[in-house]
Design a binder for this molecule. Structure first.
Ligand code: KG4
Ligand code: ZN
Length: 338
């Protein structure tokens, strides 16, 4: 009999449900919450209310798209954390109710492990999967980590940010330029028309494999403040160059540490995951660096980089194979190491 996993992701501002059968993706629905745009960032209380309104229609649609009914589901996997507590509560409560009603196992998934395991989601076009052990540069709105992945559920963080995450650096600097939230994709788009060498910003490189981005944000802020004093339309006139230079700095910081991690661990099997993995400059630079250094580089499909339930369902699938089930008194956690 096949193993059909329903995945639920609700850690931040996207309500998502996916169905995976024996590792093959059947459906993956993501409902973005537009309400936060007005506030320039995610408002936690509004996010959990929107999750409550969205979760049942999203799951219903994901099941229909997969041509499955609740009775076909073998187990339900949900995001336990890290994330916004109110948002996580909606997904975990729904998953518990679903598991109880269907009398099926409940599986809890660490959101970050989900991002890393997104490489193993099988679709009609996926062909190659990373081989263990591999290195993962996990870059999202809340996290920036270097992870050694020894097996599906055996991972070790060997470097992480000591302050802001890479996605936060994109979003906060974009906000300083007056852009909507999230700014990362907007910076990516505008940077294509700019000169990446136009401006120099601070490039903090703490010792070892850790990252730091808050100094870059501060240096960007002071730079803009000085320029605007002389020319109030500076940002408007130089937006493309600002975006290209900012993006190059962030990508340089990330790639620099990734090279160090590969040298230190001797691992040449390199993967990218998390929302910032959608960044075109990061993807291109990683591919170029990989060619130069003889790495095998794996970059996930765009739709699996930002938050999605397919990654939670695939992680749930591997946990199911291990018989790693959750009790119904499990609670979501805003902070959750793995
Ligand atoms: O993984 P994700 O969807 O959510 C978290 O778990 O945080 O990542 C969201 C982050 C945001 O900071 C967003 O600006 C960034 O990913 N992002 C990008 C791009 N697409 C999304 N950053 C740079 N370039 C992009 N194309
Ligand atoms: Zn995420």
């Amino acid at each position: 009999m096949s193993i059909v996993i329903l995945g639920i992701e609700s850690s931040c501002d996207d309500t998502s449900a996916a169905v995976i059968e024996d590792g093959l993706l059947l459906s993956n629905l993501i409902c973005n919450q537009q309400i936060h745009k007005e506030y320039g960032g995610v408002v936690p209380e509004l996010a959990s209310r929107a999750h409550q309104a969205n979760i049942i229609p999203v799951v219903d649609r994901a099941l229909k798209l997969a041509s499955k009914t609740p009775n076909d589901i073998t187990a339900v996997a949900f995001t336990k954390g890290p994330g916004l507590l109110g948002s996580l509560l909606v997904g975990s409560s729904f998953a518990k109710g679903f598991a109880l009603a269907q009398k099926i196992p409940l599986i809890e998934v660490n959101h970050l492990q989900g991002h890393i395991l997104s490489h193993f989601i099988r679709t009609e076009i996926s062909s190659q999967f990373p081989k263990f052990p591999f290195l993962c540069l996990l870059v999202s709105g809340g996290h920036t980590q270097l992870v050694v992945v020894r097996d599906y559920l055996n991972m070790e963080i060997i470097g992480k940010t000591i302050d802001d995450a890479a996605g936060e650096a994109f979003d906060k600097c974009a906000k300083l330029m007056g852009m909507d939230y999230p700014g990362g994709p907007i910076v990516d788009k505008l940077a294509k028309m700019g000169n990446p060498e136009a401006f120099q910003f601070a490039k903090p490189l703490p010792k070892g494999l850790d990252f730091s981005f808050s100094g870059l944000k501060t240096s960007f802020l002071y730079f803009l403040r000085d320029k605007i004093r002389d020319d109030s339309s500076f940002i408007e006139n130089r937006k493309d160059d600002l975006c290209a230079s900012l993006q190059r700095t962030i990508v340089d910081i990330l790639i620099n540490k990734l090279i160090l991690a590969s040298t230190q661990t001797g691992i040449n099997e390199i993967t990218l995951a998390g929302g910032v993995a959608a960044n075109s400059e990061l993807r291109n630079t990683l591919n170029r660096t990989g060619e130069q250094l003889g790495w095998n580089v794996y970059v996930p499909e765009f739709k699996f980089t930002t938050d999605n339930a397919a990654m939670i369902a695939i992680a749930g699938y591997y946990k199911f194979l291990k018989g790693d089930f959750a009790e119904h008194d499990t609670v979501p956690m805003a902070r959750l190491p793995f």
